[in-house]
Design a protein around this ligand. Structure first.
Ligand code: NAD
Ligand code: UDP
Length: 318
């Protein structure tokens, strides 16, 4: 197959997932433009790319229009951790909805293919388990998670309407909990929280009883899924679940982190946040079928990579 170099825009390019995606796309030989307002992203996440002439970083808020010439767009801009997206919920919804309109408008104008980083949160607190793409979800539209969940649902609607109404080529991925190096150490997500707590000797905070489940995907596996989905033919729109179907309880995750770090931290219990899903696990049958994709990195290996990253964070701070 012959290689064609593309001009690719990654919104949210300085964030956790965005920085890994930019790295992979540059390594694959493409010209990459990261667009980020640095709300939760950090310049240091893309510092290793700045000297590469194929990479460019632009400060820009996707709630404002953008005029650039590109062939593909990955729309990742949006705070992803509950404490960050609940910090300014109105801005979160604006980023999802107005950001989607601006990125879709750009895709329409320059005839670019566009990928949307949607989320398992569109399933809310699911009554169907594991979750497949047909399930329409159980989201509380009024709760503290709604700014994110409903924002992402509205973005999916916009993607489909731009596709039907204007023929825009769309690819929607529903991403399940993903972890790895370059997660924000203070983003409050469970993997970063537990590892940071374990490494600094703080108590490990289990919300609720810790019996709620999640399934954790290592970032490299996820990025591979992104690339494969973007490369599909125009008839493939998604949504496609991308995540690791290995489901564990949050308590079990805490125990794994304690074991792998050799930490002496004790486990303490804190109240379960409102609308916290009791179970979540992707059905990835569709991704397996149409992308030939499945996660390859076992939780233990991925956690070791993440621990190494956070050890460095702790070391440079002390
Ligand atoms: P992140 O917070 O590290 O990255 C989001 C990036 O978007 C940050 O760099 C942030 O500064 C930027 N951003 C936020 N608002 C913006 C705006 N208005 N204009 C421009 N940039 C803006 O989070 P992440 O984990 O890398 O998530 C990336 C995307 O993937 C998000 O859209 C998120 O909803 C989605 N997602 C992530 C996960 C996960 O487990 N990591 C799961 C489901 C969905
Ligand atoms: N959680 C926890 N302790 C923490 C952070 C999170 O027990 O310090 C729980 C949280 O209540 C949820 C799960 O871990 O049940 C995953 O939380 P996260 O914020 O990472 O992502 P979510 O899947 O809820 O969006």
């Amino acid at each position: 197959m012959s290689f064609s170099r593309k001009r690719i825009l990654v919104s949210g390019g300085a964030g956790f997932l965005g920085s890994h995606l930019c790295t992979r796309l540059v390594e694959d030989g493409h010209d990459v433009l990261s667009v980020d307002n640095y709300f939760t992203g950090r310049k240091e996440n893309v510092a290793h790319l700045l000297a590469n002439p194929r990479f460019e970083a632009m400060r820009h808020d996707v709630t404002f229009p953008l005029f650039v010439e590109v062939d593909e767009i990955y729309n990742l801009a949006c705070p992803a951790s509950p404490i960050h997206y609940q910090f300014d919920p109105v801005q979160t919804t604006k980023t999802s909805v107005v950001g989607a309109i601006n990125m879709l408008g750009l895709a329409k104008r320059v005839k670019a293919k566009i990928f949307q980083a949607s989320t398992s949160e569109v399933y809310g607190d699911p009554e169907v388990h594991p979750q497949s793409e047909e399930y329409r979800g159980n989201v509380n539209p009024l709760g503290p998670r709604a700014c994110y969940d409903e924002g992402k649902r509205a973005a999916e609607t916009l993607f489909f309407d731009y596709h039907r109404q204007h023929g825009v080529r769309i690819k929607i991925a529903r991403i399940f909990n993903t972890y790895g190096p370059r997660m924000h150490p203070e983003d409050g997500r469970v993997v970063s929280n537990f590892i940071m707590q374990a490494l600094t000797g703080q108590p490990i905070t289990l919300y609720g009883t810790g019996s709620q489940t999640r399934a954790f995907c290592y970032v490299d596996d996820l990025v591979e899924g992104f690339i494969r989905l973007m490369a599909t033919g125009d008839d493939v729109t998604g949504p496609v679940n991308l995540g690791n179907p290995h489901e564990i309880s949050v308590r079990e995750l805490a125990e794994r982190v304690i074991k792998l770090t050799g930490s002496k931290s004790e486990i303490v219990f804190a109240p379960l946040p409102q609308d916290d899903p009791t179970q979540r696990c992707p059905d990835i049958g569709l991704a397996r079928r149409i992308l030939g994709w499945e996660p390859l990195v076992p939780l233990e290996d991925g956690l070791k990579q993440a621990i190494q990253y956070f050890e460095n964070v702790v070391r440079t701070r002390s």
